[in-house]
Design a protein around this ligand. Structure first.
Ligand code: DAK
Length: 232
């Protein structure tokens, strides 16, 4: 791995996007490495995954603008699809994934955090979907996942304006679960992950699936899925 740093301890896996000089922007190489790691995590005995960014400044400043400005249509399509594959894999992974947002989480960086189950942030975090300011619309699920997490009015406010919000505002709208000081963000996230890891992997995984599926279905179907999960 060149761009992802992987640390494993007691069933907790920390994935750090390691491109500090580019504010952890996610190029195609970063996305390809994510696929390899997630493929492994689907099968191994790890219990909880934490995603964060290297350094003190950024979780991820988003898709790699420099890379996007240089590629043609074929690579652009590959890049777009890859991004969706990564975020879908995170969402569908039958293990909790926690984003530890230690600075900028913009565009694709915010969308990466949205695909996680829980979001913790440090006070210097800045979240936003600035794509419209670049003449594009969010492309890695921002319109859909943000909608489901904060509701249509807030999602439209953030997407139409492209404005950045701080950790406190993000928490007030349910976009961030909790704010920890920059020094404690990772240790608190790990200790939270360790508490989850004490529980049944199977039960936590099924619960994740049920909540996720429940957001996209009606109550009757969601309740039937819950009943069905007991007999699995
Ligand atoms: N990509 C590539 N490099 C980036 C970057 C990014 N997103 N963000 C920052 N960098 C690089 C800078 O170019 C700079 O590199 P050097 O010049 O030093 O080589 C280095 O990181 C440090 O950045 P700054 O010097 O700008 O640092 P500042 O503290 O002054 O500013 C900033 C921090 C976060 C405010 C600023 O860097 C910034 O505004 N960055 C861009 C943030 C942004 O707009 N992010 C959204 C990207 S668009 C789609 C799929 C996905 C997407 C769209 C479509 N389809 C499927 C169609 C996703 C789009 C996006 O994510």
């Amino acid at each position: 791995m060149q761009y992802l740093k992987i640390e494993k301890e007691d069933g907790i896996v920390q994935i750090t996007i390691d491109r500090e000089d580019k504010l952890n922007a996610m190029s195609l190489d970063v996305m390809n490495e994510f696929i390899s790691v997630l493929d492994e995590l689907e099968k191994d005995s790890s219990k909880v995954i934490i995603i964060t960014g290297a350094g003190q400044k950024a979780f991820s400043a988003g898709a790699d603008i420099e890379y996007m400005s240089k590629i043609g249509p074929t690579e652009a399509e590959k890049y777009a699809i890859r991004g969706h594959e990564v975020l879908n894999k995170i969402e569908k992974l039958e293990k909790p994934v926690i984003a530890a947002i230690n600075g900028y989480a913009l565009g694709g960086g915010c969308e990466l955090a949205l695909s996680c189950d829980i979001r913790f942030a440090s006070p210097n975090a800045q979240l936003g979907q600035p794509e419209v300011t670049l003449g594009i619309c969010p492309g890695w699920g921002g319109t859909q996942r943000l909608l489901r997490i904060v509701g249509p009015a807030r999602a439209k406010d953030l997407i139409f304006s492209g404005r950045r919000i701080n950790a406190e505002e993000a928490m007030s709208m349910g976009l961030v679960n909790k704010v920890f000081s920059s020094e404690n963000l990772l240790s608190e996230t790990k200790s939270y992950a360790k508490n989850i890891a004490k529980n049944s992997n199977y039960a936590v995984g099924i619960s994740k699936m049920l909540v996720n599926r429940g957001m996209d279905t009606n109550l009757d179907t969601g309740l039937k899925l819950e009943i069905y999960s007991w007999s699995l």
